[in-house]
Design a protein around this ligand. Structure first.
Ligand code: FES
Length: 350
């Protein structure tokens, strides 16, 4: 993607692609300004694509990117910064990955995956996928919409750069005032530093823990002046630190995306009876039913673990559910990653 040259007064020229993207963002913003759910209510996308891995590329220590394209080379559905794909791996596991390529490139999607020790999905991607592997994906979906603002502070931790990178580029092309703080354990662990080098260096701060220590929430937010939209993606402690230090002033907004499920809040212990398996399990107050069930039935499908993808939806045979996600209607099933029993026991068709 090339930047449009400035006009004679030094103003950035309006790239037709980004004018279109801006209009889409404004439409999303109007819709979302009506309500702000705690858990994003992402409508299901009735779109399944068979894509081929065109390239597996090392991007940093423990991180590879996948370039995915249609087998016949046809143009892929459009996406906006913040979108993710639900990826079904050859094993049947489902995982979600943010799109981190160029939205103008309709020939391929790019996702990046960090190797997580003991993580079955990341292990399969790092060790078993190769050029030519066919994957099934659903999406793109957008649970982390990028809104048009005049000023942004982007906070990315490690692999959390993936949804943030297209946002940074979008902010730059829209002519916004922006700054990126990119943190991680070491510089070698940070993917896409080479691509960020093409953007103005004075707008990017790279903080490696082994050089300057682990940042705190207040330090990360230091550049969030009034009127700033803060976009944050990274490990749970980083997001929690930023949320704890963020003081809304009416003009500043905080938008974040988790890669790990949020902690259970106000949970009470309950039991689940797994009718087909003949098991009854006790769910502690601080754990999800999904986590406990997977210890007994490791093949139970899941993806987001946050109540918006629908992968873990399970038929509910008996019991009263405490439904904790907007996308968990009372339709005879339950999202076991977030919803719980309002009292007593739930009987599931597992
Ligand atoms: S795993 Fe996504 S809704 Fe439960």
């Amino acid at each position: 993607m090339t930047a449009m040259p400035p006009d004679l007064r030094g103003r950035r020229a309006r790239d037709p692609f980004w004018v279109t993207v801006s209009a889409v963002f404004r439409g999303i913003e109007r819709v979302r300004s009506l309500r702000a759910p705690v858990i994003p209510n992402v409508p299901p996308v009735d779109r399944t694509l068979r894509l081929v891995v065109q390239e597996v590329r090392p991007e940093a220590d423990g991180v590879v990117s996948l370039r995915l394209g249609a087998p016949d080379g046809r143009a892929l559905p459009r996406w906006q910064p913040g979108c993710h794909l639900d990826v079904r791996l050859p094993s049947g596991r489902r995982r979600q990955y943010s799109l981190c390529g160029d939205p103008a490139d309709r020939r391929a999607y790019r996702v990046a995956v960090r190797m997580i020790p003991g993580g079955a999905g990341s292990t399969e991607i790092h060790h078993e996928l190769h050029e030519g592997t066919t994957l099934t994906v659903e999406g793109p979906r957008n649970a982390f919409p990028f809104l048009v603002r005049d000023r942004y502070l982007f906070l990315a931790g490690g692999i959390g750069i993936t949804p943030v990178l297209p946002m940074v580029r979008a902010a730059h092309h829209l002519g916004a005032d922006w700054h990126l703080v990119y943190t991680g354990r070491t510089r070698a662990s940070l993917p896409f530093l080479d691509e960020l080098a093409a953007l103005p260096a004075d707008r990017i701060t790279v903080r490696a823990d082994d050089e300057v220590g682990v940042p705190d929430g207040a330090g990360l937010l230091r550049g969030a002046r009034p009127g700033t939209a803060v976009y944050c993606c990274g490990p749970a402690p980083m997001i929690d630190a930023v949320r704890g230090a963020f003081v809304p002033d009416g003009n500043r907004t905080l938008h974040f995306e988790r890669f790990a499920p949020p902690a259970v809040v106000d949970g009470r212990p309950f039991e689940v009876e797994l009718r087909r398996s003949g098991l009854t399990l006790r769910i502690p107050a601080d754990r999800s039913a999904l986590d406990v069930i997977r210890e007994a039935l490791p093949d139970v499908p899941y993806s987001c673990r946050q109540g918006f993808c629908g992968t873990c939806r399970t038929p509910l045979l008996a019991g009263d559910a405490d439904r904790r996600a907007p996308s968990d209607p009372d339709d005879g099933s339950i999202l076991i990653c977030v919803s719980r029993a309002s009292a007593g026991r739930l009987t599931l068709n597992l």
